[in-house]
Design a protein around this ligand. Structure first.
Ligand SMILES: [Zn+2]
Length: 271
């Protein structure tokens, strides 16, 4: 990390553009679809394991379902609900309505145990993200790139853009014109994305190939929501990070979320 200022309390919110209140419903449905897709990717054997949250308000149903499907769950830690990030969590202590149990859903106990093991912080406080990414079935090029990104940030939207072939620059702003929108991860603060990993670039071939399977899985679970997501992701949008505040502008909404402190104003425009 560039500095050690503690990030603010995590939050994320969207403000629909006038006349586009339906965006809130779509994002709510997308959140639920993405969680189902993560679960189904393991149940259907598309991959061996997924990160998973047990919710104290629903854990009885979740455990019933895991057992019925012949899967396993191993916990890693308790986290506060609503953190929003894929790669950081605020620790929770006591179980309660605002605490989730973060862990691994897997087809096999050995795989789950290996991920739990790789998730333990090393001397520098980091998990073994390369091993975790491999066990979660993410492309090798993206795992390697993520390990590099991780040295300076846990929210590498700008770094992925800087690594994207064909990117353009306007001053310090990076412009992505030929990315594959299924690889876009800059709406994920609001629960909107197709792929659950960080690609090495916004047109990484291995990620595009795997994104095809993910979008097909999502289409199978909820075609209406998937089509709506695939409709908004390619539209022009702008991601702006300053002082740990992210602002995303899209024709249908404006989103704000917390990220990491950086002295630079990092901007990526997706066209
Ligand atoms: Zn890649």
């Amino acid at each position: 990390m560039e500095d050690k200022i503690n990030p603010p309390m995590p939050y994320s919110e969207i403000l629909p553009a006038y006349g586009h209140g339906w965006i809130r419903d779509l994002f709510r449905d997308a959140n639920s679809l993405l969680a189902k897709a993560e679960y189904e990717s393991v149940r259907r054997g598309m991959r061996e394991a997924s990160m998973y949250h047990l919710n104290p308000q629903d854990y009885d149903h979740q455990i019933d379902q895991i057992m019925k499907d012949g899967l396993v769950f191993q916990s890693i830690r308790r986290v506060k609900a609503g953190g929003g990030f894929s790669h950081t969590h605020q620790d929770g202590t006591d179980l309660g309505p605002d605490t989730l149990v973060y862990g691994v859903l897997a087809r096999d106990l050995d795989v789950a145990a290996a991920i739990v093991n790789a998730s333990q912080p090393d001397k520098s406080g980091d998990a073994d993200n390369v091993s975790i990414g491999e066990l979660l079935g993410y492309p090798e090029c993206c795992r390697k790139a993520f390990a590099e990104f991780w040295k300076t940030t846990y929210d590498p939207v700008f770094e992925i853009a800087a690594n994207t072939p064909g990117r353009k620059l306007n001053g310090d702003t990076i412009i992505i014109e030929r990315g594959d929108p299924r690889l876009y991860v800059h709406f994920r603060y609001f629960g909107v994305r197709i792929i659950p990993w960080f690609p090495c670039s916004f047109n990484c071939d291995a990620s595009v190939e795997l994104a095809e399977k993910w979008s097909a899985l999502m289409m199978d679970i909820d075609p209406e929501t998937t089509e709506a997501l695939l409709g908004i992701l390619p539209m022009e949008s702008r991601w702006d990070l300053l002082n740990s505040q992210i602002v995303v502008n899209h024709p249908y909404f404006m989103g704000r979320a917390t990220s990491y402190y950086t002295s630079d104003n990092k901007i990526v425009v997706f066209r």
